[in-house]
Design a protein around this ligand. Sequence first.
Ligand code: AMP
Length: 587
Amino acid sequence: MNPFIELGIRHDIVNAITELGFEKPTPIQEQAVPVLLTGSNDFVGLAQTGTGKTAAFGLPLLELLDFSQKHPQALVLCPTRELCLQIAKDIEKFAKNIPNVHVVAVYGGASISDQLRQIRRGVQIVVATPGRMLDIIGRNAIDFSNVKYVVLDEADEMLNMGFQEDINNILSTTPEEKKTWLFSATMPAEVRRIAKNYMTDPFELTVGTKNSGNANIEHHYYVVRARDKYAAFKRIVDSNPEIFGIVFCRTKVETQEIAESLIKDGYNADSLHGDLSQQQRDKVMKRYRERSLQLLIATDVAARGIDVNDVTHVINFSLPDEIENYTHRSGRTARAGKTGISISLVNLKELGKIRQIEKVIGKPFIKMDVPRGETVVEKQLFALINKVQQVAVNDDHIDPYLPKIMESFADLSKEEIIKRFASLEFNRFLEYYQNAPDLNVDARDGFTADRKGKADRFGRDGYKSDYTRLFINLGSVDDFTRGDILGYICNTSNISGKAIGKIDLKGVYTFFEVENAWVDKVFKGFQDVDYNGRSVRIENASDGRGEGRSERNNNRSFRNGDGNRRKRDHGGYRDFSGGKRREKSRW
Ligand code: AMP
């Protein structure tokens, strides 16, 4: 027999959930459904997101309510509009084969008149965020006097978001004798208090250990310097070519900046935060769900309740301020029995926080090394090979071109052709990651291996001696940015941007480093050159003008939109991590 039938769920519903792929109940469903189906208990369920909570309360509601009546009989309160929509949609799906089930999602940021219209038409289940619900109650537009069940979903989050008073007010409009079912990932004192104030002898259920994270999640951390965070993050993403991730930041500004930088660097990313309109948020979420986006950069509040299956990685670009939020963040991956990885990028000072989180989730973190350039290159190469193996070949379309293609390759052996195809991409990976520094910080002395290595090879300040520092009498007063002057120098002397090292843009002049091999070419290129009527002068700064040497850096960013055209990025990665972007970007 179907195990849901054994739990007491009727065939109509079981057929619908079977179509959704529910073959057997999750632990919380297995334990909660029989209790809730009695309809006679208050209930407290401690369970993480992604454990199947919605069906755990949704299925019993569908069994218990009287759908021949058209008044509200169940009220589900949840913290965010995303979760609200998700719950309403899920319940509708479960109820697909039951006639006359009406569910309304009531949440802010969308037209209230549509919601009021649906309520007027008659609904049995109201799924709502507290703010909008109160608004509707305040308009006397809903009657909760026949409500039999109230579900408080993600109760800890609702309290975190300051909804305590709203919840009190909403509950005061429902009958005394209703049953209250509370679900929460964690059980802080405030949630306990709600349980105490609103419930009579509730049935308590804990799935997994209290406050613990999902067992299917691995927790990784990387120790990097604040200014290397973005570069390290990109390497982690690049070494996971199939990543489908959510990246958490602490602030809206950080969220936006990272998303912008990633987009600029050719990644498939967008941001989700509270400053976006509902329409914008829906659009971003739609793209993410459809996997047109690979990386969703989000704040805690915006990402709450996101239920997207198959999220492979959660990345804590910044650790959350509240430890509890770590559980919510990581709960976005490893949903419905899948596995997932939760990554945290921390500096040395934040190691204590990792230890604190370990205590809360009851699971150790695994320390990982930021992948080295070679590792990333290898991963990407084999991802490409994998893609070639998997690619769908449309014979009808490609066949007409084949004779000509075959002819072009007639002189090459199979091995040579493979080598060339692989090199097409490989050369670009190699170019981007060659000389990429080691970004791992040694916990003992706080230095990256690369810095130490540089110091060993090139002296204490790490200056690489195969560069010459030059002076040019143009600077920011001539309206040059560093990107502009880089372009100007390269174009005028006809050398590649790769030959240029550090650029110090000053007011009326600029210092820049050039690989020794190209110095003569720069001098030649600038012979008899005028800029806005002024004669341009290049001098060797080491002949007296130099201001001391500094570490050669790598802070240009190239992006590559179409695989061939490489565009010079004129803006630096602006400062959310305390420094400029130091690594060449993605291919
Ligand atoms: P929830 O915790 O309710 O947000 O559910 C997390 C995900 O698990 C959702 O995508 C559900 O569709 C899915 N799910 C819930 N119950 C089951 C089940 N018994 N079998 C398979 N998937 C499930």
